[in-house]
Each structure stands twice: as C-alpha cells, then as structure tokens.
Design a binder for this molecule. Structure first.
Ligand code: SAM
Length: 223
C-alpha cells in the first residue's frame, strides 16, 4: 500500500473532533484486533469519522500501515489532526471512500493499489447509520480489495435471532429510524448472508461493551 503518511503540512490540532463513544470502545476494539490480526500488514479503515480510532488504536499497532478514509471530507482535518497528535508514523492521512460507489469511488490507480492486496479492512459504526445499500457496498468492496484470507472487521450493534435484544438497542434502533427510515440496526444473519454471497465467511463474533458486536470475516480462498 502506498504510504500517504505525509506530515509535511501541519494540521491545526484544534481541528480535532471528538466522538465520546470512541473513548469507551477503543480499548475493546484494540484488544480484539491485537489478538486476531496477522503479525503485520496493511489495514484500510473505512469511515474513520473523527480519526480517534486511527490515532489511538493505530499507534498501538505499529506493524500495520493504517490507511484512514472518510466519505465526509469535512472530517479530513480532524482525522489529520488526530494523526498529527500521535508520535506514530504508520498512520496515513485520509483518502475519500464512498462504499456505495462502484469500486468505492477509486480510480484505476487506487484499484491497482488495493485490489486483492489489503490485509485488513476495519469499519466501525457505519452500517446502521446508513441505508442498507451502504452495507452492500462495504461488503462488495471488502471482497474486492482484501487479499485472499484477508480479514474484515465490522463493529456495531446487531439484532440476533436467538438472542434477546437489549432495551438500549431497541431504543437506539427506534431513534435511528426516526432520523432516517433507511437507517437501523441490522440483522446479523442478513450481514452474514450478504458477506457469504461475496466470498466472506463470518468466522468470529466478538461480544463487545454496550451490547455491540465485532464481526470478524475472512475472505475465503478461491478453489
Ligand atoms: C457514526 S460515524 C462512525 C465513525 C467512526 N468509525 C467511529 O466509530 O467513531 C459513521 C461514519 O460513516 C461514514 N459514512 C456514511 N456513509 C458512508 C459511505 N457511503 N461510505 C463510507 N463512509 C460512510 C460517515 O461519514 C461517518 O463518518
């Protein structure tokens, strides 16, 4: 993966934005990644948001080249400023990714850079705060850009057929649908089936704080 770790134009540290949930979930996310990632490689983070996960978790995984990305370019200054505030040199400034676009909006060059080469894709808290087409786009792209046996990690709340839904998640789902009727907590089985249709096997489900799950998917070998 091309290094985009450019610290040449110093971002304004005050551009840093904060999403309070990241402080509550970053350690749990880091623990799972640390224990399940390969020894080293490239990690492409989809929907980096404020950039807090990239800065905090990425700086603890120095064997990974961590590529941040965002759909909302207004968040680029925050992501850059959080990266700048770390001592880490393995975290790259954001690229634009809209997973709902064909090939995530990548041109030919980016396709060549990422296709079948990315070791890990990470996406936290996106697919319930977006239409289902965004989940489809995430999985489609993960299948395209991951190398064989590469891993995709998806963090967030999910409904499970055989597990009673926590009242907080019922409430959250109602709130999401009030914001936008196309949003909402996804059924784990729907995500699992979608992934399987694209050659990604759900091979671990990590329980996380506050009734969230961390899905670990593996791009299976072509036979
Ligand atoms: C709730 S934030 C989560 C940010 C961060 N991952 C976190 O956990 O704090 C949801 C993010 O999804 C991004 N997003 C929404 N639609 C997207 C799309 N089509 N492609 C990529 N990212 C998208 C938004 O820009 C936003 O940053």
């Amino acid at each position: 993966m091309q290094s985009q770790t450019t610290k040449s134009s110093p971002p304004d540290p005050d551009a840093r934005r904060y999403a309070p949930a990241t402080k509550r979930n970053r350690e749990a996310i880091y623990e799972i990644l640390k224990n399940n990632l390969p020894e080293k490689g490239t990690l492409l983070e989809v929907a980096s948001g404020t950039g807090e996960h990239a800065a905090w978790i990425g700086s603890r995984l120095p064997a990974f080249t961590w590529q941040t990305s965002e759909y909302d370019t207004n968040l680029f200054p925050s992501i850059k400023a959080h990266i700048q505030a770390t001592e880490a040199n393995n975290i790259s400034v954001p690229i634009h990714i809209d997973v709902a676009q064909k090939d995530w909006g990548f041109g030919k060059e980016m396709n060549v850079e990422f296709q079948n080469k990315t070791d890990v894709i990470l996406c936290a808290n996106m697919i319930h705060i977006a239409p289902w087409e965004v989940a489809i786009g995430l999985i489609r792209g993960a299948s395209k850009f991951l190398r064989e046996n590469g891993l995709a990690f998806i963090y967030g709340p999910f409904f499970q057929n055989d597990v009673e839904t926590a009242p907080s998640n019922m409430e959250f789902d109602r709130w999401l649908k009030e914001q936008d009727s196309s949003w909402g907590i996804r059924q784990l089985d729907d995500v699992k089936n979608l992934a399987q249709d694209h050659g990604l096997l759900l091979n671990k489900i990590h329980p996380m704080p506050a009734n969230n799950l961390f899905l670990q998917l593996k791009k299976i070998n072509k036979t």
